[in-house]
Design a protein around this ligand. Structure first.
Ligand code: FAD
Ligand code: NA7
Length: 457
């Protein structure tokens, strides 16, 4: 065992990727540090570990989960596939390109269950506060064991923060919203379309959450869906029943007024206005301060904190790539901690960060953003032994996905893609996405009929 200790905060896909990276090193017979992971929920999977709860959990902690019932992958699974554990490895049969949440959760767990990772994770344990002890070059982390209601502290030579950044809502104020008399929530608290059937709903924001919640509510029977944008509309061809409007200027009772002078009454408002990067356990000098962008400033190679070489952040970028990007970051972080990758002088780090930040600023369109993140991952892969895969082909799939959504936002999930890892082409799902109201794993794998699955819910 290498003679140092690593603490990981969060056992979502990023934290699990970190555990997996060390495991793969251990399997090669190489020394690894002592690793411990702390997760505030009682299971792993992060966002993919669905919770019906909103507000606070059973121990009074803010609820992490923002995922909802009937959530299906919003990009082709072929773009997020692990290079060292494919969908074929897991399901042993081709499945469709856009599985529902439970299926992806099953896949994430499949890889990690092959290891003894659970032994390294302390669940129901929340990181409360971190100090960096300059003299010892160690982090002192204060945790609460939520079950025992006990506080304890641990010391680490490296700290890996994998706490996600789609959990703390950004809640802007609109004049008169405080008097809106009907349902009002942020996307973080949306748990499914059921309560919005036959309702006129307003979604503020024009990114993934607005698009997906809007389409889901339309699919499940909302009377009308209005999406209000600040900068740019989503701009796809919407079916009758979904429309886009410029930003809300104010509310009068249940009536929203829009910038173009139009008005409409609503039964519900869902703020799809994004999330804050929030690290309540980190002091100011260790805190990553960034918006949701593709290259957060102050992270060398998008991973190592520029103000403290022993602090690592995973998954802090806006995400086209997800699981396989977290892997490439974790492999990089592992080799960095093992001393195989250097931490250059500040000037060089700043120059490297600037290069990426300037590159991101030069991108405008969706395909350009895809190319950016593809180049970022290519660079990380070139620095470690994470299995290489055809990233140009994955980038092409992302671009087709963007086009599919423009062509038909209601059936893009019926398209199929081919894995660059296995060459296997996905199967069409047995039921067109718009008609499939059941998102359970059993129903997806065609083990039960639709009605039966509905009854067993
Ligand atoms: P998370 O999954 O957020 O996990 C972070 C973990 O850290 C959580 O388990 C949390 O409990 C824990 N934690 C937080 N604070 C503390 C603390 N103080 N102490 C201890 N533990 C803590 N990605 C896709 O690829 N496809 C999709 O279709 C998709 N849909 C999405 C839909 C929604 C609504 C959202 C919000 C995200 C979606 N994503 C999707 C992106 C998703 O965020 C990533 O797939 C992935 O979950 C990010 O992994 P992570 O580990 O970085 O963060
Ligand atoms: P995003 O992708 O960060 O988008 C946030 C959206 O909210 C974006 O359209 C913003 O508009 C809009 N926004 C932010 N502040 C305001 C205010 N004050 N007024 C109006 N509109 C505002 O978050 P999402 O929740 O959509 O997606 C996050 C993840 O969840 C994603 O990875 C998915 O997989 C699921 P802007 O364009 O900046 O003007």
């Amino acid at each position: 065992m290498s003679n140092f200790k690593v603490g990981i905060i969060g056992a979502g896909p990023s934290g699990l990727a970190m555990l997996r990276a060390f495991e793969s090193e251990q399997k090669k017979g190489n020394p690894v540090p002592e690793v411990k992971c702390y997760e505030k929920q009682d299971n792993w999977g992060g966002m993919w570990n669905y919770t019906w709860r909103t507000g606070v959990g059973k121990y009074g902690e803010p609820i992490h989960g923002s995922m909802y019932k009937y959530l299906w992958s919003n990009g082709p699974k072929e773009c997020l596939e692990f290079a060292d554990y494919t969908f074929m490895d897991h399901f042993k049969q081709p499945i469709s390109s856009y599985p529902p949440r439970e299926v992806l959760f099953d896949y994430i767990q499949g890889r990690i269950k092959q290891s003894n990772a659970r032994d390294y994770i302390k669940f129901s344990t929340v990181a409360r506060w971190v100090d960096y002890l300059e003299d010892k070059k160690q982090f002192r982390v204060i945790f609460d064991d939520l079950v025992k209601n006990e506080t304890f502290e641990e010391y680490f030579d490296y700290l890996v923060v994998g706490t996600g950044h789609f959990s703390t809502p950004n809640m802007p104020y609109f004049k008169g919203i405080d008097k809106f008399p009907n349902t009002l929530m942020h996307a973080h608290d949306f748990r499914g379309a059921d309560q919005f059937i036959d309702k006129d709903i307003l979604l503020i924001g024009s990114s993934y959450s607005a698009e997906d919640i809007g389409v889901q509510c339309f699919k499940h029977g909302s009377k009308s869906v209005t999406i209000s944008y600040r900068s740019n509309p989503i701009g796809v061809k919407w079916p009758k029943g979904i429309e886009e409007k410029p930003l809300v200027t104010h509310f009068e009772g249940n009536v929203a007024h829009f910038k173009d002078g139009s008005t409409k009454a609503f039964d519900a408002v869902i703020l799809c206005t994004g999330y804050q990067h929030k690290f309540p356990f980190l002091p100011d000098n260790l805190r990553l301060k960034t918006k949701n962008n593709l290259y957060p400033e102050n992270l060398y190679k998008g991973v190592v904190f520029n103000n403290n070489e022993r602090l690592i952040f995973l998954g802090m970028q806006d995400q086209y790539y997800t699981f396989n990007m977290f892997d490439t970051q974790a492999w990089f972080a592992r080799d960095y901690m093992l001393g195989r990758i250097s931490y250059p002088a500040k000037e060089q780090r700043d120059a490297d960060i600037k290069k990426w930040v300037d590159y991101e600023r030069s991108t405008v369109t969706g395909p350009e953003h895809v190319d950016f993140q593809t180049d970022y991952i290519k660079e990380l892969i070139s620095l470690t032994d994470y299995p290489n895969f055809d990233l140009d082909k994955v980038a092409d799939m992302f671009k087709s996905w963007l086009q599919d959504k423009e062509n038909n936002i209601l059936n893009y999930r019926d398209q199929v893609y081919t894995s660059v890892m296995t060459g296997v082409t996905a199967e069409e799902h047995h039921t067109p996405w718009m008609s499939e109201l059941n998102d359970s794993l059993e129903r997806y794998l065609d083990e039960v009929e639709a009605d039966e699955a509905e009854l067993s819910k």
